[in-house]
Design a protein around this ligand. Sequence first.
Ligand code: PAF
Length: 281
Amino acid sequence: MIFVQTKKEMDESIKLLKKNSDKISLVPTMGNLHEGHLSLIELAKKYSSKVIVSIFVNPLQFGENEDFHKYPRTLEKDMKKLIDKKCDLLFFPKSEQEIFPETHIIKKINSGKLGNILCGEKRPGHFDGVLTVVHQLFSLIKPNIAVFGAKDYQQQILIRDMSKKFFPKIKIIVGPIIRDKNGLALSSRNTYLTKKEKEIAPFLFKSLKQGIKYYKENNDVNFTKKEVKNMLINKGIEVDYLEIRDNHLNNLDNTNKRNKKIFLGSIRLGNTKLIDNIEFF
Ligand code: PAF
């Protein structure tokens, strides 16, 4: 695996990789890699001959009181996993400047209305930060394909929209949520959970599943949200939001009953925010 830490090295390696392969995929991550990330690398391999993974804990997507400083940084372990997965290149910028060289020439992306609902309402500026870093990575690496996880549903929709506008040639692929045996969606932030919190965290997935049953029986979004919220609160879980939306996160209207829908939830366990979602018809 090639290990690259500067923009200059990245430019050179990209030229080389592109010369020797037809398609290159990028899997952007913030590290602390788990089976969810590794499944995205597997998926990337199906679509391309070379896979690049980036690990960069992006300061722009963390709010002032969020976990930027304590976000798990596990480079050595991550590198072992990437070598095992036969990743071709790891981009691990040695400093922020390698990604955001001169602030005045960076294209700051505004995530608009869609970036300010759901997770964006709770984390102002978060999606602007995500889109800005992904825009920078796309500009630098110019992959043919980029792969993201379905757990961050709102993020992947926003990235698709941004990419369509600025990088129409990049194909965006979304890999399914990978779960523990108990249903908990894998996330780098699960490492923050205490033993007790780990026991109740899978209840988010269980409640969303139950909610879909209620919704199919009653066709009533508000009733479903209320029932599921009560289930979670009874387990001592603080609910940020629960929403049933169409697959582009618009409110449902009665004309699209047969279309794909999504039930999304965000909860807090102690200081840890967990999100999950289930798509259904
Ligand atoms: O999903 C993530 O890990 C991050 O939001 C991303 C896409 C790597 C941007 O920093």
